[in-house]
Ligand binder design. Sequence first.
Ligand code: FCB
Length: 453
Amino acid sequence: MAQLRFPAGFVWGVATSAQQIEGAWNQGGRGESIWDRFAAIPGNIADGSRPHTTCDHYHRWRNDIALMRWLGLGAYRFSTGWSRILPSGRGAPNQAGLDFYDALVDALLAADITPFVTLNHWDLPQVLQDQGGWASRETAKAFAEYAAVVSDRLGDRVRHWTTHNEPWCVATLGHEEGCHAPGHRDPAEALRAAHHLLLSHGWAAEVIRRNARDPEVGIVLILSPGHPATPSADDREAVRRFDGLFNRWYLDPLLRGSYPADVVADRVRRGQLPGGEMPFVHDGDLAIIRTPLDALGVNYYSRTVLAAGPDGEPRAVPAAPERLTEMGWEIYPDGLVEVLQRVAGEYGVRKIWITENGAAFVDPPAVDGRIADPRRTAYLRDHLAAVHRAIALGLPVGGYFAWSLLDNFEWGQGYTRRFGLFAVDFANGERAAKDSAFWYRDTVTANAVDDGR
Ligand code: FCB
């Protein structure tokens, strides 16, 4: 098997998020988050589960850092729990919450693992939701305050900062499709929420730059290339509409300082934006949003194939079952090269991290201590080969974070979808390395991926 070698200094990591792994939902002074509330409503989570304990990382974090050391990682991307740090949403922070991340950062640095901090991985304090949540401009202000608190405490040691994780998910899944917290179904509200997320990114970036030492400030977007199911004009139009809302609605304001006019026109046509007015966009907001990004985080899982539905609305066309992960997402590594080419080429991004990439599959029980998950390994290998191609094309990718270190609370899917390199027994918290963890460890150690042939 040929080895595809990565450049010296390429950063190898894993990613997690607070709500998905910490547990201890009502310990250490933590407040309720919108996901705690959302998960309490029957029907919202596939297996009826709650993120109360999940991986119990809050108590097992030392052990989890040991797993990262065993993998040989150079970096760890995690999120600080907003509800843990600001249980009342605004005002005085919870010192115990800050202490937790402070100790985590120190232990990571002592283990030679560089911390990459994400401030908002979806766990908005419920009290802020009660005051309007992301639909309210006040929440953007509250986020900037939260960014100030965290960067003030960790900014002497943390260099890599991400404001939001995947604002599309928060806006569209949370406010239009209703399958994520807070579970609203209001397309106009979704655009308002998206704007406040983006605006708060700009405000927070400014705060972090003031507080932290030599910071690199970015945002993490989920990007997916849209491809037409057939070359018909209707299917290509479906692609335009998907791409407009999923990718360009975020890339354009962040990197060009404007919202895509065609998407606004789509919304007007559907009666979702009367008169095309976006009163929530104030003078000067776009200049704030467009603050230079030091780096862009790209989360990539799949492409999206689209056809025009009977009502003309874009409809995602599923791939053949053997090409799907357990999430129903098509395995399509070339799409990663495509999105990287786009952000570097069309949008001029000069530094990119692959902040998430990974796959859920049903894992077999351990046999003689081995958990055989060859499909996850193949997924990671093929996507890393794509990253290698991207680098050979001259695209500025600095590192790769596998999603995820541990099986965890997969949002609306609860514990039914497993992305971990390590299996977690949710009854007793025990972790066990899957074969993919052994493979990732070899890959990290070699700084090279086998080409699978
Ligand atoms: C991404 C999320 C992450 C995880 C993966 C599977 O959209 O950022 O928390 O749920 O999907």
